[in-house]
Ligand binder design. Structure first.
Ligand code: BES
Ligand code: ZN
Length: 622
């Protein structure tokens, strides 16, 4: 939560939209005609070719009895054959067509429904698509043994959100459709396979790794990881998976997870997904965390050694209610996933670590949101664009909806009081459980369950300002933590040279206080001051990457040489949120640029393809 810029993978994607108004413009699926009820994947992982090969079997619910085709989303899939199930249980070949590639959406796979095979209207209950993925599949990263901790075995992981599931399975790749799934995965001996499903800790993989996901999920929550992976139980329904060399540190860092699940349940009702496990991925995992159900994926950079970044776990856990249980109906309604989750996160943090820490957390989040506004076009500062547009290029800023959505809910909470607001929010999750929702549906719910009875809480005009307006409404309350106010005073005096570095006295600062201190020296501190800070507190060696990252960024801007520790950081951290701004800052002077180029030459193979693409883009500029 502290920094609010996870990469929005589709940002800026241009789509020439021919899609109907009911549809998700990022999917070709006609889910008004047919919906996937269940998916079975039978795949073999081949590390030497970097492919998954096998078939996907979709169980279908036909809604439109006159529909004569099934349209699925794909990207870079090689289709070998398609079969449909006859009424007598035999499989019949079906003809199909792959559209030409659309850069934003991929390729529609259009399957014709043959004859009637004894099926009502010729619409089969099941189809099978035999296929293999491309080594360049956008969702998958295939890593050589050298890119792992042990250096002995290869590793592979997926990142499907927002629309990359289609690069490893032909599906209706829209969050408007939910299905249960199962899988059988073959992998080389000695490697473990885990998925966003029931993982059997005792499984050996003999006869294939088997998974079932009994709760219906949208496609972007399909996830898989394969590698040399150990598991350590943390509590009765929580465990952590990681590479063997990291499992100990991971178990220590995540010790509070079971308590977090209980805290979230006390606020928003039973956890509905069985177990809450996590997997710590290799450093090239391009984001902080991903809320894959039953198995959150996290960056190893969250292992700070002192549990100072566990709000990331609180965030991914919160998605078990906001996002995974109640899902944005299309990516235009992204704030329903991330804004709600950001709000819930702070509530969980408060339960575990107290109101003082939660307030510090919230203030840093609010201040970073305010600071980000000048860089975001006003039209992109809304929670959602009002027009019935179908062009994803007009979607709102993917970073701002986190704190702004949370701030909107916080404002309602503060005015309504928790006695009223908490049951209201819990009701939203309960009444829309395992469904996809739109902003309009939330606004109807808001009026019916809160504002109609308490119109003084918020006027329609103010609701509209939050949802459709730019910036943060003037009426919004800003958190003012006394601990952060004291740091502001110290920072000002220090920047003026009136307070010696050693008298900053940060012994008792938590990581968020350091982040708050560093956020406001950026572009203001001199090289000499950065040097002092470095000598006194060795921030470049901080185990907390949020701190080290901010220290590096300010150092580069101040012209203070941090190349030793920075090189180590760039070679060991692959998270886009850190890596891209650091290279961007380095490219501003010729000397730094030359140095950055050399470092990047070594670091690049260790980054995720998405991260490589973003950094490449920076180097390509002027
Ligand atoms: N669901 C997001 C990650 C995501 C968003 C992936 C959009 C692809 C497209 C996840 O829950 C998230 O928000 N992760 C944050 C961490 C969080 C603590 C703010 C991240 O990765 O930085
Ligand atoms: Zn999130």
């Amino acid at each position: 939560m502290p920094t609010l810029k996870p990469l929005r993978l589709l940002a800026g994607a241009m789509v020439c939209a021919a899609a109907a108004a009911h549809a998700d413009p990022l999917s070709y699926a006609r889910y008004d005609q047919v919906r996937t009820a269940d998916l079975h994947l039978d795949l073999k992982a081949d590390f030497s070719h970097k492919t998954l090969t096998g078939y996907a079997e979709l169980t279908l619910n036909w809604i439109d009895k006159s529909a004569r085709a099934l349209v699925l989303d794909t990207r870079d899939l090689s289709i070998a054959k398609v079969q449909v199930l006859n009424a007598d249980g035999t499989w019949a070949p079906a003809s199909y067509l792959l559209d030409k590639l659309d850069p934003a959406r991929g390729q529609a796979l259009r399957i014709a429904l043959p004859g009637n095979g004894g099926q009502p209207n010729g619409q089969p209950n099941k189809v099978r698509i035999y296929y293999h993925t491309a080594p360049t599949a956008t969702a998958l990263q295939w890593m050589s043994p050298q890119q792992t901790m042990s250096g002995k075995r290869p590793f592979m992981f997926s990142q499907s959100e927002e629309i990359n599931a289609r690069s490893w399975a032909p599906v209706q790749d829209t969050p408007a459709v939910r299905f249960t799934y199962s899988a059988r995965i073959d992998a080389p001996a000695g490697l473990r396979v885990v998925m966003s499903a029931e993982n059997d800790q005792k499984a050996t993989g003999a006869g294939g790794w088997k998974f079932t996901m009994p709760q219906p999920i949208p496609s972007y929550l399909l996830a898989i990881a394969i590698g040399e992976i150990d598991v350590r139980n943390l509590g009765p329904r929580t465990a952590v998976y990681a590479e063997p060399a990291r499992i100990e540190a991971a178990a220590y860092e995540m010790a509070d997870t079971e308590k977090m699940v209980s805290a979230a349940e006390a606020l928003y009702g039973p956890y509905r997904w069985g177990r809450y496990d996590m997997i710590v991925l290799p450093p090239s995992f391009p984001i902080g965390g991903m809320e894959n159900p039953r198995l959150t994926f996290v960056t190893p950079t969250m292992i700070a050694g002192d549990r100072s970044l566990v709000d990331l776990i609180a965030h991914e856990l919160a998605h078990s209610w906001s996002g995974n249980l109640v899902t944005n109906a299309s990516w235009k309604h992204f704030w329903l996933n991330e804004g709600f989750t950001t709000y819930v996160t702070t509530r969980v943090v408060e339960k575990l670590y107290g109101a003082e820490v939660a307030d510090i957390n919230l203030q840093v989040e609010q201040e970073e949101a305010m600071a980000s506004l000048p860089e975001i076009a006003p039209a992109k500062q809304a929670l959602i664009t009002r027009d019935a547009d179908v062009d994803p290029a007009t979607y709102t800023d993917g970073g701002l909806v986190y704190p702004k959505g949370a701030w909107f809910l916080r404002t309602l909470e503060q005015r309504a009081g928790r006695d009223v607001f908490d049951p209201f929010l819990r009701g939203w999750f309960d009444q829309h459980a395992f469904q996809s929702a739109t902003t309009d549906e939330f606004l109807v719910y808001l009026h019916k369950n809160l504002l109609d009875a308490h119109p003084d809480i918020m006027s329609d005009a103010e609701v509209n300002e939050w949802v459709y307006g730019a910036g943060i409404p003037a009426a919004a309350k800003h958190v003012a933590s006394p601990r952060l106010a004291a740091i502001d005073i110290a920072r000002t005096a220090w920047l003026k040279g009136e307070l010696p570095t050693k008298d900053l006295d940060p012994k008792n600062w938590i990581a968020l206080e350091w982040m708050h201190f560093l956020n406001d020296i950026d572009g203001k501190a001199t090289a000499a001051q950065m040097k002092d800070l470095d000598a006194a507190y060795a921030l470049g060696k901080s185990g907390n990457d949020e701190i080290a990252y901010r220290f590096f960024l300010s150092s580069i801007k101040a012209g203070y040489n941090v190349r030793g520790p920075l090189e180590k950081f760039l070679l060991s951290v692959g998270r886009q949120k850190f890596v891209v701004p650091l290279y961007t800052a380095l490219l501003k002077t010729p000397d730094d640029r030359a140095w950055a180029k050399a470092v990047y030459a070594t670091a690049r193979p260790h980054y995720h393809p998405e991260t490589q693409a973003s950094v490449d883009k920076q180097f390509a500029k002027k």
